[in-house]
Design a protein around this ligand. Structure first.
Ligand code: PBG
Length: 327
């Protein structure tokens, strides 16, 4: 009878040993809560495809931000749902536009307890639902959109956002917004580039959350799901243009891209666990088909293990509570 020389099970024998040798850790400050605020509603509205997530009023958003700060979450990423839309997304850079008003309100509510972040993209504000302005023939006009993003970035910084999330996937957007911010004296405003943002089905529930007007798809600007090397190239270009943080989105179907980007750049790399990832787990657990908490914790850990320094997740506050139980 010979005995195995190598016994990896030795380090799995008890919770105490497993905790001691665990390689990957997650703490509440590595979680960012995405939150929706809608103009002109008297009370919060539930999002049916995202059970537990709501479109906030300004008041309920302020309370949600305070709760997130209390839970030790690292930041809040704001998305605005305006009452009126037009072809160029005028509400996006209007200081009285819902997202800018919300950024100011949240900044006043939480001060430095949370990093206040705003989505910088036109899709919520345009009547056609695309992330940029259109040419007469109806394609998204990259360079004309850059001017809109620059104005939007300055408006968001002026409103009090500390970090801008550039999610529109226009070429040159980081440089355009960085230059405009610096020209207006906002050299401390942080740029998070959604560098490798893939077009696909996992944003479905988000479209309900922001009452999206989009017909068709975003495949001329968001990336093709088959391309990993191109994701690295996008991240490297964004760092060259001045991005402080880069992101991969969605998270779970793109963990390979996340790991590759982590290896290719030395800035922080974040991941966005998007609405479809949230909805899948919620729907399966509502049917009793999956252990909800286990699936959430495992997916967050997997995203972190693949290389994310921080994660945008709709479960941020709840997961932060679980993580604190263990400290
Ligand atoms: C664009 C934006 C989208 C998401 C975040 N920023 C929608 C899109 O690209 O279609 C999706 C986030 C999610 O699905 O949770 N403003």
């Amino acid at each position: 009878m010979s005995f195995p020389v190598h016994r990896p099970r030795r380090l799995r024998q008890s919770p105490a040993v497993r905790r001691l040798v665990r390689e990957t850790h997650l703490v509440p400050s590595q979680l960012v809560l995405p939150a929706f605020v809608r103009e002109g509603i008297p009370a919060p509205v539930d999002i049916s495809s995202m059970p537990g997530v709501r479109q906030h009023t300004l008041d309920s958003l302020r309370r949600a931000a305070a709760d997130a700060a209390e839970a030790g979450v690292g930041g809040i990423m704001l998305f605005g749902v305006p009452a009126v839309r037009d072809a160029v997304g005028s509400g996006a850079d209007d200081p009285d536009g819902i997202l800018n008003v919300a950024a100011a309100a949240v900044a006043a509510e939480v001060g430095d307890a949370l990093v206040v972040q705003t989505d910088l993209c036109l899709d919520e504000f345009t009547d056609h639902g695309h992330c940029g302005v259109l040419t007469p023939s109806g394609t998204v006009d990259n360079d004309a959109t850059l001017e809109r993003y620059a104005a939007m970035g300055v408006a968001q910084a002026r409103a009090g956002a500390a970090l801008l999330g550039l999610s529109g996937m226009m070429d040159g957007q980081v440089e355009a917004v960085r230059t405009a911010l610096d020209d207006e004296g906002f050299s401390d405003t942080i740029i998070l580039a959604y560098s490798a943002k893939y077009a696909g089905a996992f944003y479905g529930p988000f479209r309900e959350a922001v009452d999206s007007q989009l017909k068709g798809d975003r495949r001329t600007y968001q990336m093709d799901p088959g391309n990993a090397r191109e994701g690295i190239r996008e991240a490297v270009l964004d760092v060259e243009e001045g991005a402080d943080i880069v992101m991969v989105k969605p998270a779970l179907p793109y963990l390979d891209v996340l790991a590759d980007v982590r290896a290719a750049v030395d800035v922080p790399v974040w991941a966005y666990q998007v609405s479809g990832e949230y909805a899948m787990v919620e729907a399966a657990s509502a049917n009793g088909w999956i252990d909800r908490r286990g699936a959430i914790e495992e997916s967050l850990l997997g995203i972190r293990r693949a290389g994310a320094d921080a994660i945008l997740t709709y479960w941020a506050v709840e997961a932060a509570g679980w993580l604190r139980e263990r400290l």
